[in-house]
Structures are given as structure tokens and as C-alpha cells.
Design a protein around this ligand. Structure first.
Ligand code: F6P
Length: 345
């Protein structure tokens, strides 16, 4: 794969769990790099596996048309962590294979689109001497260093619509409805969609709940002739049993403690699939375009981020290994409590 002298060649990969907006980000990087800077783009297949196995295809401007609104990732993804699983083909260190393939492909930069795990790997690859730019994506919104990740808004929209739909059936049957939402160890999706759709109880990993407090709160609502309640549960809250979803566990416990009828829904991968919201399309496009600008300026080893509505860049070494969690005194939590929402405390 030769290249004209002076033409920069960029590899793009997407790693970790997919989310709405990834294709918009690929398009943002690619179109800016090709149209504005005349760079060449190689789409690396299936995250870091593609760099280890040298699986890629060149992306033309045409290849980037028609993908803005598509869910998933046109490049495929994987949870390959090259620095964790030590040896690859022929017992060579996987990071060494990545460095070798980066050089063989003649890359000037590798754009890594991903969440916490991906950005940590990107930071380590930068330490191995590669030119790397990170773009934060995840429905969980838990990447340190940026106000928001794309994918989050879409997931909140989907989750809020699901909660909206639970209200009418909960009301008809006078039930306690629990809904479990994704977010890994962070409660951002539960907090935002719970607020947006009127959850009566919101349980997040960052605030240790007490199941008796939850039960008392639901009983008091029932005594106040509120015929039903919605309990929004983040998947990462702690429960004392294994092999059971948080919503299932709490559904059983609440029914035992209150005698009220309960039902649970685990929303699952619906939150990650499908077309990105317009907000996520715009954010992903801005991130992608900013990444291309950073490459043009040879500003490597950094992640694009949003701070106070401005696009900035943050050193990957600062981001790696950290999580952005909800502070218990987050203004949204405080506001919700003032309005009577229970966090189970
Ligand atoms: O990070 C996104 C996410 O959807 C989390 O909310 C969830 O815990 C996890 O990925 C699920 O991972 P997997 O796709 O490996 O099942």
C-alpha cells in the first residue's frame, strides 16, 4: 500500500461495545481528512483484533456516504485488549504486532474510537511510540475528561421512551414496575432517563441504597393513593446474590417487603442499537472532525472531548484508567431529591 509522498495515511478502528453515533464519527474523521486534507483512510476491522491480524480496507469518500444515520459500526468491533492477553500469533506480544503492522501499513496515525477500555489501550499504544488520537464513545457516559460521550443521548431517549410506556400499564394494573438500564458501573442512563420519564425511585451504583427504605417509600406512595410506582434501576447497583439481574432481585424483595405486586423489565441491548439521535450525530461529527484537525496539526496522544460546549483535547494519559461517575451531590440528584424522588437512602 504505497502512498504519495506527503500524503498522510490514517487508520481508524472502533473497539468495545458499540453505540449509536460511531458511523457518524467515522464519517466526521474520514470526510474531513479526505476532503480538507487529502489524507488516505484505512478502516481497521473489529477493533484491535484488526490491527493484530492486519485486517483492513481503504475507505474512500464514497464509502463514507450514507452512514451518518446508521447504528452500529461499519468497521465491526471487538473487546480485544492487546495489553491484557499477552501473546498473539507465534507467541509475539500483541502490542508488538500492532506496532509492526502500524509501520507496515505506513500509518501516520491510528484513530481509536471507544470507551474506557479502548482509550486505555490507545494511551498504552501511544507510550509504545504510535501516533494515536482517541474519540470517546459509549452509551454509559462514563469517560473521564469529557462532559459527554456520543451514544448516551440516544440511549437515554430509548430508555425514557421505555419508561414512558411502563406508566400506562403500571397504572392499569396498579403495580410496581422496575426497569433495569445499562451503564456498567455508572448510573448516568438511569439518572437521566429516570428524570426525563418520571421515575419515582432511581437507584444508581454511586449511591448505596437500602432496600427497606425503598420498600417504605413505595408503601407510603400506595397509602397516599398513588396507584403505581416506577423504579428505575441501573444495572451496576450492588445486590447480594449472583446470577440474577438487579431488577429481578429487587422485584422479588420489594414484593416480599411490601406485599405489592411487582414486575420487572430488563431493557438490555435495545439501548445500544439503532439510529443515533440528532444530538449524537452532531456530537460524533464534531468529535470526528476535531480528530482530523488534530492529526493535521500532528497533535497526538490525546482524546477529543467536550467541555462547556467547546471541543477540546485531553491527554490520553490523563483519561486512562479513570471513570466519570455521578457525584452524590450532583445537581440533578439534589434537584430530584427536592422533588421527592427516592434514591433509596
Ligand atoms: O459499555 C456499554 C455496555 O452496553 C454497558 O452498558 C454494558 O454493561 C456492557 O456494555 C455490555 O457489554 P457486552 O456487549 O460485552 O455484553
Amino acid at each position: 500500500m504505497g502512498k504519495k509522498k506527503g500524503t498522510q495515511k490514517i487508520g481508524i478502528l472502533t473497539a468495545g461495545g458499540d453505540c449509536p453515533g460511531i458511523n457518524a464519527a467515522i464519517r466526521g474523521v474520514g470526510k474531513t481528512a479526505i476532503v480538507r486534507y487529502g489524507m488516505r483512510i484505512l478502516g481497521i476491522s473489529d477493533g484491535f483484533s484488526g490491527m493484530i491480524n492486519k485486517e483492513f480496507r481503504e475507505l474512500s469518500e464514497q464509502d463514507l456516504s450514507g452512514i451518518l444515520t446508521m447504528g452500529g459500526t461499519i468497521l465491526g468491533t471487538s473487546r480485544e485488549k492487546p495489553f491484557k492477553s499477552s501473546k498473539g500469533k507465534n507467541e509475539v506480544r500483541k502490542p508488538d504486532l500492532i506496532v509492526k503492522n502500524y509501520k507496515q501499513l505506513g500509518l501516520d496515525c491510528l484513530v481509536c474510537i471507544g470507551g474506557n477500555g479502548t482509550l486505555k489501550t490507545a494511551s498504552l499504544l501511544a507510550q509504545e511510540g504510535l501516533n494515536v488520537v482517541g474519540i470517546p464513545k459509549t452509551i454509559d457516559n462514563d469517560v473521564w475528561g469529557t462532559d459527554v460521550t456520543f451514544g448516551f443521548d440516544s440511549a437515554v431517549n430509548i430508555a425514557a421512551e421505555a419508561i414512558d410506556r411502563l406508566h400506562s400499564t403500571a397504572n392499569s394494573h396498579k403495580r410496581i414496575m422496575l426497569i433495569e438500564l445499562m451503564g456498567h458501573n455508572a448510573g448516568w442512563i438511569a439518572l437521566y432517563s429516570g428524570l426525563a420519564a418520571g421515575g419515582d425511585v432511581i437507584l444508581i451504583p454511586e449511591i448505596q441504597y437500602n432496600e427497606n427504605k425503598v420498600a417504605d417509600y413505595l408503601l407510603s406512595r400506595s397509602k397516599e393513593n398513588k396507584p403505581y410506582s416506577i423504579v428505575v434501576v441501573a444495572e451496576g447497583i450492588s445486590i447480594p446474590v449472583k446470577d440474577m439481574s438487579a431488577a429481578r432481585y429487587l422485584s422479588k424483595r420489594i414484593s416480599e417487603l411490601t406485599g405489592l405486586e411487582t414486575r420487572e423489565t430488563v431493557l438490555g441491548y435495545i439501548q445500544r442499537g439503532g439510529t443515533p439521535s440528532p444530538m449524537d450525530r452532531v456530537l460524533a461529527t464534531r468529535y470526528g472532525a476535531a480528530a482530523a484537525e488534530m492529526i493535521a496539526m500532528r497533535d497526538f496522544g490525546k482524546m477529543v472531548a467536550l467541555r462547556n460546549s467547546e471541543i477540546v483535547s485531553v491527554p490520553l494519559s490523563e483519561v486512562a484508567g479513570k471513570l466519570k461517575l455521578i457525584r452524590p451531590d450532583d445537581p440533578l440528584v439534589v434537584q430530584a431529591m427536592k422533588m421527592g424522588t427516592s434514591f433509596g437512602i
